[in-house]
Design a protein around this ligand. Structure first.
Ligand SMILES: NC(=O)c1ccc[n+]([C@@H]2O[C@H](COP(=O)([O-])OP(=O)(O)OC[C@H]3O[C@@H](n4cnc5c(N)ncnc54)[C@H](OP(=O)(O)O)[C@@H]3O)[C@@H](O)[C@H]2O)c1
Length: 376
């Protein structure tokens, strides 16, 4: 089978390397590259050379960003070529349009690498759903922020120092806001909710990151027997669902609290399987390339995933309700003081907590908040 790669960066090179070394029946026939970097005869800077080539059955999109990725994916699908993509931003934004175009033209859309990098998360949700309804998912879906929190906790280092080290190691982008403000996890949460719940997931839900996390916050949480992790979460119950992205104070004894460095851990709860947890590398050239090549092999073996957005679930923020710890010098509506500058507010939805954090940030831009779910 002949394939084309769009974007020859970290992930594109990983796909090329793995296909070259490990798959006898797949050939990278074309690579879309910028005009000043056409380094081998497979490369072209004209997408027409790919989309109009009848021999190319599948296109691997790893350029990133919304445009031209969105246009190229639609054009490839419309031309009957299946698409494998690692681009969570474009899938979160245009998932329904892509799935509908794929259905119309009889092509497939495969998105394993868009959530959890090398972890077989999307395929596992699909497998669980052959028998079970997924009632919830939750996960550490961003390696950069996990690296930052883990290094802050282990080395007693402050946020800026650790972020600079993460950038030097290549774990964090120079512009790290999509990671530390939770936008990357938001996109992965939207995709996970669509696949797990068959829902056309709202894009308007509470998203908080870890930009204002301090060592003092980690000390106070440690005193409460907890660590903190940036989690993307989704819950489904009785025809309703809710999703959120926020720092969550997890028990120090939990698997989540002990996820080191830039690893990911994503969990789901199925009706007969119970809890399942998937741990591994959520990013990187070869782990992400591996997930994309798994999609290519699945496609070559006849797997044709379909996505359904027809579940009429009402968005119900009250499904994600817990106590919250706040650190702010701004005034809060009541609550119990737990340490100097720290207050616990009981039984808030994550939407209400985010509203209170927004108010607090206006007066005190260093304010921090973490959900304190009840321990199991
Ligand atoms: N890196 C990871 O570990 C990882 C993990 C999971 C998912 N992803 C996702 O995978 C995608 C790719 O990530 P990456 O880390 O491989 O990014 P990257 O290293 O920046 O690679 C993207 C490549 O595509 C090129 N490109 C952009 N627009 C193009 C165009 N119109 N024509 C030809 N080439 C074009 C870029 O060129 P320039 O450099 O000139 O812009 C760059 O070489 C992103 O959506 C990312 O979110 C990445």
């Amino acid at each position: 089978m002949k394939i084309a790669i769009l974007g020859y960066g970290t992930v594109g090179r990983g796909v090329d390397e793995i296909v070259g070394k490990h798959t006898a029946d797949v050939e990278v026939a074309r690579i879309l590259e910028l005009p000043d970097r056409l380094a081998d005869e497979r490369m072209t800077s004209d997408f027409r050379d790919i989309v109009e080539d009848p021999e190319i059955a599948l296109v691997v999109e790893c350029m990133g960003g919304l445009e031209p990725a969105h246009t190229y994916i639609i054009e490839a699908l419309a031309a009957g070529k299946s698409v494998v993509t690692s681009n969570k931003a474009v899938v979160a934004e245009y998932f329904e349009e892509f799935a509908s175009q794929a259905r119309c033209s009889g092509a497939s859309l495969l998105i394993e690498a868009s959530v959890g990098g090398g972890i077989p998360w999307i395929a596992s949700i699909e497998k669980v759903r052959r028998i079970d309804e997924v009632s919830s998912f939750s996960g550490i879906m961003n390696g950069t922020t996990n690296y930052i929190v883990d290094a802050m906790a282990k080395n007693d280092a402050d946020f800026d120092e650790v972020l600079a080290a993460a950038q030097a190691l290549g774990y964090a982008e120079r512009d790290s806001s999509a990671d530390i403000d939770g936008i990357d996890v938001k996109n992965k949460t939207i995709i996970s909710a669509c696949v797990a719940f068959d829902v056309s997931c709202t894009k308007e839900f509470p998203v908080s990151g870890i930009r204002t996390l301090t060592n003092g916050d980690l000390d106070v949480l440690r005193g409460m027997g907890r660590g903190v992790k940036l989690l993307g979460r989704g819950v489904r119950s009785d025809g309703r669902y809710a999703v959120s992205v926020e720092p969550v104070a997890v028990p120090l004894s939990s698997l989540e609290a002990n996820v080191p460095s830039n690893f990911n851990l994503i969990s789901l709860e199925g009706s007969t399987i119970g809890p399942l947890k998937f741990y591994g590398q959520g990013a990187g050239m070869l782990p992400t390339g591996n997930a994309m090549v798994q999609d290519i092999i699945d496609f070559a073996n006849g797997r044709r995933p379909t996505y359904d957005f027809s579940a009429r679930l009402a968005y119900a923020p009250e499904l994600l309700t817990s106590d919250y710890l706040f650190r702010t010098t701004a005034s809060l509506p009541g609550g119990e003081g737990v340490a100097s500058g720290y207050t616990i507010l009981r039984s808030l939805t994550s939407e209400k907590a985010r509203e209170l954090l927004d108010d607090a940030l206006e007066k005190d831009p260093t304010s921090f908040m973490a959900a304190l779910p009840q321990e199991d």
